[in-house]
Write a protein that binds this ligand. Structure first.
Ligand code: ADP
Ligand code: MG
Length: 253
């Protein structure tokens, strides 16, 4: 049996008269990459920010690592890592200085170079955030989620706007973080990303969870129900061509 590390029960969020999240329930297991997949406006960020204790819920019950969000939000904050927008980072500081600053805020002693190694940014240690490419910025912001050695990290659309190489590099990084024992909860509106990356996904639409399972199981169920793709699918797609032509590795360095 897998350990439940996040339990969400009958979560509701209303913005005035508008119901953004309509009584959703799901569990996240320890050590998995759990995806909230859905179109813009589905309620993914709202759900994530409520679990992160950054937004108040209307009703429902949320337990994170055995802490009840209504009574022990401070304990939850200590064991989670939340990705911040890199635009909010102090512009005058380089990556090492920023990590030291965050370490101080979290009251954690942290080795900045060791952390930058994990996200493949050691050679940018003395650079400022504005000097990084899009993929590097995302890797740096993921690094900042790891400063307090969290049990769970939350990533809200970490690959939106990145080119194919940078996306794949980020997928590798996120899998590595999971393999090192951290539970990852991620939102995305990319189907291929959810299929590649997530152990289980909840598909959200208009504030509801309409399906929850592993990507393989969902695809198998669809095929078992008689679904067939309308035409023969080629063994590669244009993205494969692009990756072959331009190279798989770290073009955003
Ligand atoms: P997603 O992350 O899936 O795109 P969001 O959780 O950001 O969706 O938003 C869900 C719905 O709630 C959207 O219709 C959005 O416009 C609305 N919404 C989000 N934040 C607010 C807010 N602070 N006030 C009012 N409506 C909001
Ligand atoms: Mg969102």
């Amino acid at each position: 049996m897998s350990n439940v590390v996040i339990s969400v029960k009958d979560l509701v969020k209303n913005y005035g008269a508008f119901e953004a999240v309509k009584s959703i329930s799901f569990d996240v297991y320890e050590g998995e990459i759990f995806g909230l997949l859905g179109p813009n406006g589905a309620g993914k960020s709202t759900t994530l920010e409520i679990i992160e204790t950054l937004r108040a819920k209307t009703s429902g019950k949320i337990i994170v690592n055995n802490f009840d969000i209504d009574k022990e939000a401070a304990s939850i904050k200590k064991i989670i890592g939340v990705q911040l927008q890199t635009s909010g980072f102090y512009p005058g500081l380089n990556l090492v200085e920023l990590i030291k600053l965050f370490g101080g805020l979290y009251n954690q002693s942290v080795d900045p170079i060791e952390l930058l190694k994990k996200v493949n940014l050691v050679d940018k240690a003395k650079s400022k955030v504005k000097e990084l490419s899009g993929g590097q910025k995302q890797r740096f912001s993921i690094a900042t989620t790891l400063i307090n050695h969290p049990k769970i990290i939350f990533l809200d659309e970490p690959t939106t706007g990145l080119d194919p190489q940078a996306r794949r590099n980020l997928w590798d990084l996120i899998k590595e973080i999971r393999n090192n024992g951290t539970t990852v909860i991620i939102t995305t509106h990319y189907m291929d990303e959810a299929e590649q990356l997530c152990d289980r996904i909840a598909i959200m639409d208009e504030g509801k969870i309409i399906q929850l399972d592993s990507p393989e199981k969902m695809i198998d169920d669809l095929v078992a129900n008689g679904f067939e793709r309308p035409k023969q699918v080629k063994a590669a797609n244009l993205e494969d061509v692009f990756i072959q032509l331009t190279g798989r590795m770290m073009r955003d360095e």
